[in-house]
Design a protein around this ligand. Structure first.
Ligand code: ADP
Ligand code: MG
Ligand code: ZN
Length: 183
């Protein structure tokens, strides 16, 4: 058996959590041993589960950092899922590589770009390290074209501002730039 890393990325509302849940449920049907983590900071819908905007859910371990993930780790784990992986420190990169090296299938989902279109946290290195990369698109709320960026409605300069519909919109390249030039 060999392990590997799968990255699911894209903007908000692109279906990253849905896709992560779909892959993890299939592993569950195959009776593989799985563990799901998410950052504690993301408590939008539920403190304990990963939840998509369409309200699908799977139980998970909310953890403050990679250290807590290591503490919770089951010695027999075969599949590791991490949602909102962009919120973890850079040490999540080493963790994912290490677990893949230990024959785990590691599936992570996260925002590749922040609201300024800058690369988000550990995502660039995770994308580079991964065997498999899936980039999803949402629908631009302004024009209906594929959207690969998350536009922040509230003008707040901190990179991490957890929220969904009321604070962010999926936008294509053109409508993203247009919005900020008008703010
Ligand atoms: P992510 O984890 O990438 O933020 P989710 O998996 O939680 O995405 O949610 C994806 C769902 O969000 C879609 O299936 C759809 O029901 C809903 N949705 C809301 N706004 C949009 C949009 N602008 N484009 C596409 N899907 C959207
Ligand atoms: Mg999500
Ligand atoms: Zn657009």
């Amino acid at each position: 058996d060999v392990g590997w890393i799968e990255v699911i990325c894209g903007p908000m509302f692109s279906g990253k959590t849905e896709e992560l849940i779909r892959r993890l449920k299939r592993a569950q049907y195959a009776r593989q041993n799985l563990q799901i983590f998410k950052p504690k900071i993301d408590d939008r819908y539920d403190a304990e589960s990963i939840v998509s905007h369409s309200k699908q859910a799977l139980p998970s371990y909310p953890v403050a950092d990679v250290g807590e993930m290591r503490e919770q780790l089951d010695a027999h784990v075969e599949v590791i899922g991490i949602d909102e992986v962009q919120f973890f420190d850079l040490d999540v990169i080493e963790f994912c590589n290490e677990m893949a090296q230990k024959q785990c299938r590691v599936i992570v989902a996260g925002l590749d770009q922040d609201y300024r279109a800058e690369p988000f946290g550990p995502m660039p290195q995770l994308l580079a390290a991964a065997e498999y990369v899936t980039k999803l698109h949402a629908i631009c709320v302004k024009c209906g074209n594929p959207a690969h960026r998350s536009y922040r409605l509230a003008t707040n300069p901190q990179q991490v501002l957890v929220g969904s519909d009321e604070r962010y919109e999926a936008r294509c390249r053109r409508c993203f730039a247009q919005g900020y030039s008008e703010q």
